[in-house]
Design a protein around this ligand. Structure first.
Ligand SMILES: NC(=O)c1ccc[n+]([C@@H]2O[C@H](COP(=O)([O-])OP(=O)(O)OC[C@H]3O[C@@H](n4cnc5c(N)ncnc54)[C@H](OP(=O)(O)O)[C@@H]3O)[C@@H](O)[C@H]2O)c1
Length: 263
């Protein structure tokens, strides 16, 4: 399933994306790694190809810019590479009251977490469907199962990701292509630092490697959606069963209480 195939990982320079790169290289996959931090990607590429003997291509791109993002597809074609597994992982989050956060920042968040994912997947999925072979892992979030006060835009982008990904799963499952929405809870990565408020949300941080193992197991089993961690799984189920007003009230208290930041 993995050996000798090629995975394209969006946002591979740190956190869950870097853990995907490590695990997939260990399984013998060639990689195309994408992010803005060229130096980190270069180090990762040298390390993984030396350790696992795989080919690692680096593409430096700001995926919150729609044109640059589409350039990634063109660049993959120009290098005559074939993408067998697409990992839509690049994402950012911002924390605070919606009206107090910069509009530009939140629009960029929607571009990166949603628009880029949709447009690049549209391109790569067509190639996979033509070959009747391929897989897509969409890194969503446990936040996508309920509204997320103080991370209103982020939660909504991840709700989009889950709904869109599940619909794609249904459309492609009989055509040789697997699509899975991977929904991590709190994971020890740079994202909290980028948000600038420390740990937010229920539960404890897990390692990005655990999240990756959960995602790959789900892909291998042909699952549509997977939530990492039992606590996160049950939180997601509760959010589906109880009235939305009740759920958002709980989420308001959890996300405010656990924050050390603006809200
Ligand atoms: N950590 C958590 O608690 C958690 C929980 C649920 C879901 N997630 C999801 O997991 C995914 C990965 O996040 P992470 O937690 O691993 O955070 P992270 O360590 O901050 O990694 C984010 C990755 O996205 C890349 N990225 C950010 N902005 C980009 C841009 N404009 N263009 C290109 N690449 C960009 C970053 O690379 P550069 O900065 O080098 O560009 C980095 O490689 C995200 O989709 C996030 O929403 C995380």
């Amino acid at each position: 399933m993995y050996k000798g195939q090629t995975a394209l990982i969006m946002g591979a320079s740190s956190g869950i994306g870097a853990a995907f790169a490590g695990e997939l290289a260990r399984k013998g996959m060639n990689l195309i790694v994408v992010a803005r931090s060229g130096d980190k990607l270069q180090r990762l590429a040298e390390d993984l190809s030396a350790r696992h003997g795989v080919q690692v291509d680096v593409i430096i791109a700001d995926l919150s810019d729609e044109q640059t993002a589409l350039g990634v597809y063109d660049e993959v074609k120009r290098r005559r590479l074939q993408v067998d597994l697409l990992v839509n992982n690049a994402g950012v989050a911002s924390y605070g009251f919606f009206d107090k956060l910069s509009l530009k920042k939140q629009e960029d968040e929607i571009r990166l977490n949603v628009l880029t994912v949709v447009s690049l997947t549209h391109h790569f999925l067509q190639d996979m469907l033509e070959r009747r072979r391929g897989a897509v892992i969409n890194v969503a979030s446990a936040s996508g199962f309920q509204p997320t006060p103080f991370m209103a835009v982020y939660g909504a982008t991840k709700a989009f990701m889950i709904s869109w990904s599940e619909a794609l799963w249904a459309e492609t499952k009989d055509k040789g292509v697997s699509v899975v929405a991977l929904c991590p809870g709190r994971t020890a990565t740079n994202i909290q630092e980028v948000m600038g408020v420390g740990a937010v949300g229920p539960g404890k941080d897990v390692s990005p490697e655990q999240v990756v193992r959960t995602g790959l197991r789900a892909l291998e089993k042909g699952k549509m959606t997977v939530v990492d961690g039992r606590g996160n799984y049950w939180t997601a189920q509760i959010a589906r069963i109880f009235p939305r007003k009740f759920v958002v009230g709980i989420a308001y208290r959890i996300f405010r209480k656990n924050s050390s930041g603006a809200a």
